[in-house]
Design a protein around this ligand. Structure first.
Ligand code: PM9
Length: 470
């Protein structure tokens, strides 16, 4: 059907619909267990959705990490895996894809994002140095702390308000950052940790103007910028949609321009790069690359596989080229927006504007009667699973963990429950079912009670902590 016929149809309907740029070739049947069974499953899992068995979950929005559906071309690429210990041809494909699309010079493969975080932080942080960043991420901050760093949040204040409609809530507050440089001295700054679309703020983007200005500031002070590129395709798409001067540029062009303002990046390929496992690190400085390439052989594997099989690297290389296409990112972010719009129409409190990879329910607004140390977002995740079999994840006080110095809970301003949407996996009908599940839980919110933590692991407690009903 020609564009003009579609346009006429759209006008008759009073709207222009979009559709995914792919069709489904293979399906995985879903299992739905009854509500009573879900109640038992949730209790047995200590009210932590990470401790559920996936076969007890109906629609799984725990994470968009490693949960994408790969394309026929990626699966075909996996059959061409060169499993040589050294010098696999798939590594060179990966290297070429990262160079072509992200623009960095030197590439080190890792098994996933946190492998890359471990290597970069152990290499560039000296004990006691500060690491300013646009909001913390759980694994990132832990690796910064384990390397002796102290994370300092320099995101703009709007990011901490779920109702603020700033179009680039991921931006760095440059005044706050410069004050930190001056007060602490640049010799005490390890680097600036910049994330493209800020996960914990609700998947919020950074503008091109902000990264350009950040580059200028960091150049004046001689500080490096390393990018968490995990969801940079989505960030580039938001720039195309929202920032003046970018409407006619492709996501790929915007991505390359953005990366050019940074000195290197780490990547969880399990997100934007459309694979089930994998990661990489990329830098422009040869000396740093040399150190990283040496460290990777201790923790991940040889520098031409870094913990991935040859076939996995091939799938990442193909996934980069597929994932960055405008129609792919538009459909991906469009599906998140679709779910967000359903919830907003019902006046259900979520983080606004809707982000790139997930809907974040505002658990404080859901449960104003549950104090933060009775875990409102954890409670909401448990309630939603029990009601409808939909699995989300806590992104509030449990995820924030404890202050390493005082041992006290950190109390983040945002107390959120995340519904992350895997790429190319669920349909619009699944989103309708999710929205209805959220509405049911919202309608019965007043009767809901909080939780008590009864087991708390030392690191990244949200993965394994256990709770009991109050
Ligand atoms: N993110 C997510 O679900 C999976 C683990 S935490 C529940 O959002 C960023 C921005 C991430 C991320 C993982 C990592 C670590 C780094 N940066 O999971 O180790 O969102 O591949 O990546 C998860 P890996």
């Amino acid at each position: 059907m020609s564009d003009s016929i579609l346009h006429t149809m759209g006008q008759q309907l009073g709207r222009r619909s979009w559709a995914e740029p792919w069709k489904i070739k293979m399906v995985e049947p879903l299992r739905v267990i009854g509500q009573e069974e879900r109640q038992h499953a949730m209790k047995d899992a200590g009210y932590n959705t990470f401790l559920l068995r996936s076969e007890d979950v109906y629609i799984d929005l725990l994470t968009d990490s490693g949960t994408s559906a790969m394309s026929d071309r990626q699966w075909a690429g996996m059959m061409l895996g060169d499993e040589a210990y050294a010098g696999s041809r798939n590594f060179y494909h990966l290297e070429e894809a990262v160079r072509d699309y992200y623009g960095y010079k030197y590439i080190v493969p890792t098994h996933q994002g946190r492998g890359a975080e471990h290597l970069i932080n152990q290499t560039v942080i000296k004990q006691g140095q500060f690491v300013p960043g646009n909001m913390y991420f759980t694994t990132t901050r832990l690796h910064q702390e384990l390397a002796g760093g102290i994370f300092v949040d320099v995101i703009i204040k709007e990011a901490h308000d779920p109702n603020d409609l700033h179009p680039f809530k991921g931006n760095v507050d440059l005044d706050k950052l410069e004050t930190l440089f001056k007060e602490r001295g640049v010799e005490n700054i390890a680097y600036v940790s910049l994330a493209g679309t800020v996960n914990m703020a609700g998947g919020q983007p950074v503008s091109m103007a902000n990264v350009k200005a950040l580059r200028g500031l960091c150049d004046r002070y001689g500080v490096a910028i390393y990018l968490d590129a995990t969801r940079m395709f989505e960030n580039a798409y938001f720039i195309q949609q929202r920032e003046e001067g970018y409407a006619n540029k492709s996501v790929a062009e915007i991505l390359k321009e953005f990366c050019q303002y940074t000195d290197g990046a780490w990547m969880s390929a399990k997100k934007d790069n459309l694979v089930n496992i994998g990661g990489w690190l990329a830098v422009n400085d040869y000396e740093l690359f040399d150190q990283l390439r040496n460290l990777v052989v201790i923790y991940e594997g040889l520098h031409t596989y870094g913990g991935m099989a040859g076939r996995d690297m091939e799938a990442v290389a193909i996934g980069i080229a597929e994932g960055v296409q405008d129609d792919q990112v538009r459909a991906r972010v469009g599906q998140v927006e679709y779910l967000g719009t359903l919830l907003l129409d019902w006046e259900i409190p979520i983080v606004k504007p809707v982000g790139g990879h997930a809907i974040f329910l505002d658990a404080r607004a859901f449960y104003p009667h549950i104090p933060q140390d009775e875990f409102p977002a954890q409670t909401l995740a448990a309630q939603l699973y029990t009601d409808s079999g939909v699995r989300g994840m806590e992104r509030g006080i449990v995820s924030a963990g404890r202050d390493p110095d005082t041992g006290e809970h950190r109390y983040p301003a945002l107390e959120l429950m995340r519904l992350a949407i895997p790429r190319r996996v669920y349909t619009q009908a699944h989103m309708d079912v999710v929205a209805e599940g959220v509405k049911t839980v919202y309608d019965s919110r007043e009767a809901t009670r909080g939780l008590k933590m009864v087991y708390e692991p030392k690191y990244l407690r949200f993965f394994q902590a256990r709770f009991e009903a109050q």
